[in-house]
Ligand binder design. Structure first.
Ligand code: ADP
Ligand code: MG
Length: 735
């Protein structure tokens, strides 16, 4: 075997001699560039020998390993001749199953007719395209090995033992051009050079010992070439720990850094605040008042606050933000100097605009000037000509007003963190539904372009979210960020009527929805993302189902109403436009995927239909439901499900009875794992770590150990590799 000197940074294309353009595209799509990326591309599951199936007993979605003989092997090009592929049939005593390997013409040559093989993968079913003979079960890009030599050759004995029955085949996330099998072969190649021996572990050994976790090189071996299930579990646990540990190190570093920074201490006048609260047309809930209280206590200190305000959709977080903003502007300290300022950031333009309008209505009797800054335009309240309204202003003008302190509150999108934006005295940053916002961004926001260096103060941070975040996750992503929960809803809000609807009652429900539509109300229809192995495939089908449903509703069910669609593959501007149209009532029915923006307020929408409701997590269903019932109107949530299982009904029934989203989130987390509860990507966390977050002990140990390391050695001089890895990871995180 040729010895090659690899490092973790060696590009993948230096490994194989058979890397084609298709491979390169695919690797790029999977974001795999270096050997490090490759080794950290973990199997999503293992094809297990215990799942060995006879070809006659297959079911769609089943993970199987089949021993059989290759028959009818053909190598050809498919899809208008673009993709080279191998097709074959694997026959065992009980029957046959078709196998297809896209982009892998060589399979046909390596495993000709008559070869005894072991194939493993997930059973798919062809889309019923209507062509005869084209329907049926098949394995797409299954792993394949000769049945007589299923065990990878190994010099070291570290690979799987020679008894076939104990061997697990890894299955990797794949994409067009790059199959699971191909990734497996690349990894095998790297490992066979003995490369793992040279890998050093960034995690201090005493921590691993304490937790009985394998060192990096062993864990890599166990995860890619497991001898048994226990080893894969140990390896996965180690990598989950690694991720959580590094996240917590970073959080703790930031916390320490923030502690050593200054903020504007806010000493407020209680009476002024009480008068402001009285000016609202409603009475605040006790939960709102409590939240205000604890935030005011925080910002009275010289240390910058980091607080997360959690509350169900509609619980009135914007009101809390407004009261805090008012308190800061009217702080009795610093009289005579320029007033303090507040920046309020929302994830989309529509939301920013909605907050702008809410703030105008909350502040119109004060003389506070409010700006709106998004990439498509800027505005200011009050307008010169009409003090009860706002006008659009140039960006340059607004930036000047922010810098000289004339505008006290600015509301906007991500455009707010751009370099050109500078403040006179920024005291508070409010972030809506934006969870990863650290010390660095706060600094960037606070820094004045004038460069006088006079404002060293870091703004206080108030994050707000309607997403119920279990404690262990909060610990991981926020370190010890303080959390306040608004757990009650304004009283006059009517409870949303939630019903689980079997398909047989669909017509009936459509008729009652028609009455709502006729009275001028609007309707959301949510279609699920269909759970499939290949992400691209899943996306394709998801779009199709949103589009198909929209077409069906527009043509067959509600032809007299206007139907629009929104989904994740649309451009940001397109999405904003569709939402704006819906808000302006230019459309009546909006068919959407579940990923559309949270928090958007369309008070006129009173019905939400959720198709295949059983496929969603409870917390997610709860969030979706929160899109309606935003006013005093009676609203409805219809959960359509075809599943008649008792479990499904029982689970969905929780939505009818649960008091709030947090209760549901905890239930979900225990029943289905946190990964299904929320998408880890929005928190910058892998699925693996999301799963581990279910385990409070692991998270707490990661927290304690990260603190211990940093408390005893703040600059990590004793742990150079840890330091280097932390910096590298932090960089990736910021991108
Ligand atoms: P959130 O941001 O928490 O989803 P909002 O702040 O947008 O909720 O509030 C939703 C609506 O409820 C707004 O129209 C707001 O004016 C109103 N609201 C807020 N607090 C109360 C309250 N205590 N009583 C009645 N209505 C309220
Ligand atoms: Mg809100």
């Amino acid at each position: 075997m040729k010895e090659k000197l690899y490092t973790l940074q060696t590009p993948i294309y230096e490994i194989g001699n058979r890397i084609t353009d298709d491979h390169k595209e695919g690797l790029k799509h999977l974001r795999l560039t270096t050997i490090q990326d490759l080794l950290y591309h973990f199997p999503t599951r293992y094809a297990d020998m215990r799942e060995v199936a006879g070809a006659s007993t297959l079911q769609v979605g089943q993970a199987v390993t089949i021993y059989g003989v290759m028959e009818k092997v053909s190598v050809r090009r498919s899809f208008k001749g673009h993709i080279p592929m191998t097709e074959s049939v694997v026959a065992d005593n009980s029957g046959t199953v078709r196998c297809v390997w896209f982009n892998q013409a060589y399979i046909g040559k390596m495993y000709p007719n008559g070869t005894k093989v072991k194939v493993a993968g997930i059973i798919h079913e062809d889309q019923p395209v209507g062509k005869a003979g084209k329907k049926g079960f098949f394995l797409s890009n299954p792993t394949i090995e000769r049945a007589t030599s299923t065990i990878p050759e190994s010099q070291s004995g570290l690979f799987a033992p020679t008894t076939e029955t104990e061997f697990l085949t890894p299955v990797y996330r794949e994409t067009k051009g790059v199959s699971s099998l191909y990734l497996y072969s690349l990894i095998k190649k790297v490992v066979q050079t003995g490369f793992l021996e040279s890998i050093k572990d960034p995690i201090p050994p005493h921590i691993l010992e304490k937790l009985h976790l394998p060192v990096l090189k062993d864990a890599l071996l166990y995860i890619h070439f497991p001898k048994n299930e226990n080893l894969t579990i140990a390896a996965r646990k180690r990598f989950a720990f690694e991720e959580i540990f590094f996240l917590q190190l970073k959080q703790y570093q930031e916390k320490v850094e923030a502690k050593h920074s200054l903020a504007y201490p806010i000493s407020f006048d209680k009476k002024t605040i009480q008068a402001f609260i009285k000016s609202f047309p409603f009475k605040p809930t006790s939960a709102q008042l409590q939240a205000i209280d604890s935030i005011l206590k925080d910002i009275a200190r010289k240390e910058p606050m980091s607080r997360l305000l959690e509350g169900d959709v509609g619980s009135g977080k914007t009101f809390v933000a407004a009261v805090i903003a008012y308190a800061i502007i009217h702080t009795i300290q610093n009289k005579g100097t320029q007033p303090l300022q507040i920046a309020y950031m929302a994830p989309t333009e529509i939301l920013a605009k909605q907050h702008f309008e809410s703030f105008i209505s909350y502040f119109k009797h004060t003389n506070i000037e409010i700006g709106l800054l998004t990439s498509s335009g800027c505005a200011k309240f009050p307008s010169k000509s009409d003090p009860s309204s706002y006008t659009s202003v140039s960006r340059a003008q607004l930036l000047t007003w922010l810098q000289d302190g004339r505008v006290s509150i600015v509301i906007g999108t991500h455009a707010l963190i751009q370099k050109q934006v500078a403040f006179s005295r920024l005291a508070l940053v409010i972030i809506d539904e934006q969870h990863r916002f650290g010390v660095k961004q706060r600094k960037a926001l606070a820094q004045s372009k004038k460069g006088t260096g006079k404002n060293k103060e870091l703004p206080h941070l108030l994050s707000m979210t309607a997403t119920p975040i279990p404690r262990t996750l909060a610990l991981t992503i926020f370190g010890d960020l303080d959390i306040t929960v608004i757990d009650t809803m304004p009283k006059e809000r009517k409870k949303i009527i939630t019903e689980i609807i079997p398909n047989s009652k669909r017509k009936e429900i459509y008729e009652s929805i028609r009455k709502e539509l006729q009275s001028g109300k609007q309707v959301y229809v949510i279609c699920p993302r269909i759970d499939e192995q290949d992400e691209e495939e899943a996306q394709k089908r998801m779009l199709k189902s949103v589009k198909e449903e929209a077409k069906h509703l527009a043509e067959d069910i509600f032809p007299e109403f206007i139907v629009d669609i929104i989904h994740s593959k649309m451009k940001k501007e397109e999405k904003e436009e569709v939402m704006q149209d819906f808000l302006d009532k230019k459309s009546d029915i909006l068919v959407a995927t579940s990923v559309i923006e949270v928090g958007i307020n369309v008070p006129n929408a009173t019905v939400i239909i959720i198709e295949h409701a059983d496929r969603f997590g409870l917390a997610q269903l709860h969030q979706l439901r929160g899109r309606v019932g935003r006013r005093e109107y009676q609203s409805y949530c219809y959960l359509f499900t075809e599943s008649k299982g008792e479990m499904t009904t029982k689970r969905l029934q929780a939505l009818v009875t649960a008091k709030n989203g947090f209760e549901l989130a905890e239930q979900d987390m225990m029943a289905r794992g946190i990964g299904t509860l929320m998408d880890g990507k929005q928190w910058g966390i892998s699925d693996l770590a999301m799963e581990a977050i279910k385990n409070p002990k692991l998270v707490e140990i990661a927290r304690d150990e990260s603190r211990e390391v940093l408390d005893t050695d703040p600059l990590l001089t004793k742990y150079p590799l840890l330091k280097e890895t932390l910096e590298k990871r932090a960089k990736v995180h910021m991108e």
